[in-house]
Design a protein around this ligand. Sequence first.
Ligand SMILES: [Zn+2]
Length: 269
Amino acid sequence: MPELPEVETTVRGLARFLDGEVITRAATNRPDLRRPFPPELVQTLTGARVTGLGRRAKYGLIHTDRELTLVFHLGMSGRWRIDPVTADKHDHLVIETASHRFALNDARRFGSVDLVDTALLEQWPPFAVMGPEPLGDGLTAAHLAAAFKGRVQAIKLLLLDQRIVAGLGNIYVCEALFRSGISPTRAGGKVSKASLARLVPAIRQVLTESIADGGSTLRDYAQPDGELGYFATRFDVYGREGLACGCGAAIKRIAQGGRSSWFCPACQK
Ligand SMILES: [Zn+2]
């Protein structure tokens, strides 16, 4: 499932070919993904110039000179293919510039595509309720302390709450809690200021390292069937139940909020 680093890597990869270019052709090969494509999508994109790309949480943003931004979400299985040599039946949206072809491929169709007024992006309902970007200036120890104050819910679940921090997925929460020595079960309101001061840089590190790993796979992206945004990162605890932590203790897995948490019971308190 594409997480924030994969979306960031995808956006950077698309930007290299798409930023500043005119979309000469756009086509949809079915009416919908998770929800219908905007009815004006093809008409809006055709002839539009891309004025920039960006990301908000796990959404990719393609800004156009039509004052509208194409907002895409990769869902469970979405990916962009650049200059694919063969068509694929899951290429649901295809856009072309004078020199390149981009296909949004989504086998399971949990993804989405929307057109949003660029000036009103922050007020778009999914964005309006989101907390700060984990790689932006808004994520600070003081922000987390205020959000966690008096909360008895486990810090793991609070960090997955998009209203507190936008776009953090299970992998990165597990890894950041490990690096900052905080147990995933600790009540949010009981996490010390010193721990929160370690947590913020840990969150940034796990994300930036993963983005860097993705960036290194991008060197090959121009291969004929180049796919963006999927790469394997080595994790300290995620998916490592029963294996030894660096301290020698066995990594544990527990269920929290219907999802697994991996942690070291010796290193994380
Ligand atoms: Zn350990």
